[in-house]
Design a protein around this ligand. Structure first.
Ligand SMILES: C[C@H](O)[C@H](O)[C@H]1CNC2=NC(N)=NC(=O)C2=N1
Length: 161
């Protein structure tokens, strides 16, 4: 989690400078009388991938970021770091519905995953920044936003133990 000290004036209820909708994504913690706002990745916005100062992050940094996106895996494909997460869906059409939900987030962010649907009900979503051939914060923001989607109605219940 990115930890930032924000001026408490930012949160004055009389004239809030942070959209109330955004507040729900900012976790508060009191710290020595100051508001310590821990802004989660899902509240952030992807930046255009063609910005010149965008560069692939190290595996060490990617491993640290990975702690913020539960359920996602870090893979190294021939030197290219990527994120992936898999789900088993109830049906082929529910898989397409999941693609649509993920696609809507991607279009909003202008940052897109690779989508795989194999064996009719096995989904894998792969995320990496093609423009730099590796991982950037954009990828983790997208993963965090995907984690915020309600997908339960599309997923097969866990097989009985
Ligand atoms: C200009 C715009 O940022 C690029 O076309 C975007 C579109 N979506 C993208 N998505 C991903 N995953 N990587 C990219 O490099 C990328 N580039």
């Amino acid at each position: 989690m990115a930890t930032r000290f924000l001026p408490s004036s930012l949160f004055s209820l009389s004239k809030p400078q942070v959209p109330l909708a955004a507040l729900s994504r900012i976790l508060f913690a009191g710290c020595h009388g100051r508001l310590l706002a821990v802004i989660d990745l899902a509240a952030k916005k992807c930046v255009p991938c063609n910005s010149k100062d965008l560069q692939a992050m190290s595996e060490e940094n990617a491993t640290a970021f990975l702690l913020k996106v539960a359920g996602w895996n870090l893979v190294n494909e021939n030197g290219t770091l990527k994120l992936n997460r898999s789900w088993k869906v109830k049906s082929f059409t529910k898989g397409l519905e999941l693609f649509q939900l993920v696609g809507n987030v991607a279009e909003t962010e202008g940052h897109h995953p690779d989508l795989h649907l194999v064996g009719w009900n096995n989904i894998t979503v792969e995320i990496w920044t093609h423009a730099v051939g590796g991982l950037t914060e954009n990828d983790f923001i997208l993963a965090a936003k995907i984690n915020g989607l309600n997908l339960h109605h599309l997923l097969r219940k866990k097989a009985a133990a």
